[in-house]
Design a protein around this ligand. Structure first.
Ligand code: NAD
Ligand code: DAU
Length: 369
């Protein structure tokens, strides 16, 4: 059976990837997610009753669990999204980042290596470990510097990016030393439906709809390169199908915007789509706040390699992607309310009888979301 093991598949990008994979009938998905604060099973509600989406609560660092899942489901690929992903949280409390992003990835690699080495030759040849990483590992760009290529030196500046850089190096080493068929992707900032409202764009939408301040760090002139999340996920499928083993592919939207441009565009769209007189114009809500420590000034991705070699290009423009994103948040008040009042986490207690999202010690019977 054509099965892939997705880790972190209840988070923002991972759930989009799982939904796309199932909606396009590309593979059976076995989904392993620890359900930290960022994991949300409401993201996977559309797959309720789908017998080819199997969900397990657990940690990528739980070796017996990962081993048992690999043996039981025999995936042809593992796609690793599982991570702590928020830069601000990594500044306040880096330990979870080291634990999941570095130590967890190491344990996952060890189990993948063991599983892959025991596969029959044809399946060994076909197996892939796709490691989903970030452009932040390359550090910060000067205003006129060329965009990051795959050969750009690593210079991570936050505990988050340092932990992702460490995981990328481990993945590289497992390919170089053991021949494990890995591919790493480094992607720019994603936006779209179901993103946790701690990240800039959903935070602006959520606060804008409430008439709350729109916090902009420092002078607002930091630049990010924005990509619609479904375009990222299509790129990952392209890489999984046709990417060269041992390679790195940068993925980006060719869409550099300063944070001030972002907030002004979100405000203009909210004025049109949510024109409550008390909150309009939304620009009046923009509030400059203390800068993020070590705040990288600019990221930009050169996506030439994936375009040339694999023919991938983003389908959405920033205008179409942002419009769809804002409409999604306006159309899904239940999702938003559950995320804001914390009730999205009740599912874990109901199904696992625990107050924590702690890992299952042994493989749980797969739970259909
Ligand atoms: P997210 O924080 O929304 O989701 C992360 C998911 O991983 C959550 O569902 C969480 O429960 C799960 N998880 C955390 N620790 C785990 C563990 N130990 N074992 C199993 N599951 C665990 O993150 P995201 O924004 O969807 O990012 C997914 C991946 O893509 C990350 O690796 C991130 O570094 C990378 N990335 C993100 C962006 C972006 O803009 N968001 C851009 C480039 C790359
Ligand atoms: O570049 C890819 C990375 O993009 C991913 O690897 C990370 O997982 C993802 O979180 C994202 O990191 P950023 O730090 O760029 O994203 P964030 O949404 O936190 O911030 C985007 C920009 O907006 C950044 O310059 C900081 C700024 N910002 C952010 C917040 C939350 C504000 O000005 N105000 C805010 O309240």
């Amino acid at each position: 059976m054509n099965t892939i093991l997705v880790t972190g598949g209840a988070g923002f990008i991972g759930s989009t990837f799982v939904l796309l994979t199932r909606q396009q009938g590309l593979a059976r998905v076995v989904n392993l997610d620890l359900l930290t604060y960022a994991g949300n099973l409401m993201n996977l509600e559309a797959l309720s009753g789908d017998p080819d989406h199997l969900f397990t609560v657990g940690d990528i660092g739980d070796r017996p669990l990962v081993q048992a899942m690999l043996e039981r489901y025999r995936p042809r690929a593992v796609v690793n999204f599982a991570a702590e992903s928020h830069v601000d949280r990594s500044i306040d409390g880096p330990e979870d980042f080291i634990q999941t992003n570095v130590v967890g990835t190491f344990h996952l690699l060890e189990e993948c290596r063991r599983y892959w080495q025991a596969l029959p030759a044809a399946q060994r040849e076909r197996f892939r470990l796709l490691h989903v990483s970030t452009d932040e590992v390359y550090g910060s760009l000067a205003p006129d510097a060329p965009a990051f290529t795959e050969n750009h030196p690593y210079a991570p500046n936050s505990p988050y990016s340092a932990s992702k850089a460490a995981s990328d190096h481990l993945v590289r080493a497992y390919h170089h030393t053991h021949g494990l068929p890995t591919i790493t992707t480094n992607c720019s900032n994603n936006y779209g439906p179901r993103q946790f409202p701690e990240k800039l764009i959903p935070l602006l939408i959520v606060n804008g709809c409430k008439g709350a301040p729109l916090p902009i760090y420092g002078d607002g002139l930091n630049v990010r390169d924005w990509l619609y999340v479904e375009d990222h996920c299509q790129a990952l499928h392209t890489v999984l199908d046709r990417g060269r083993v041992g390679e790195v592919y940068n993925i980006g939207g060719n869409c550099e915007r300063s944070n001030l441009e972002i907030v002004r565009t979100v405000c203009r769209l909210l004025d049109q789509l949510d024109p409550a007189p008390a909150r309009t114009p939304h620009e009046a809500l923009i509030t400059f706040v203390k800068d993020r420590p070590g705040h990288d000034r600019r990221y930009a991705i050169d996506a030439g390699k994936i375009q040339r070699e694999l023919g991938w290009r983003p389908r959405e423009t920033f205008a179409t992607g942002l419009n769809q994103t804002i409409r999604w948040y306006l159309d899904n008040p239940c999702w938003l309310e559950a995320v804001q009042n914390g009730s999205y986490r009740d599912w874990i207690e109901r199904h696992y009888g625990t107050n924590s999202a702690g890992p299952a010690a042994t493989p749980t019977a797969p739970v259909r979301s």
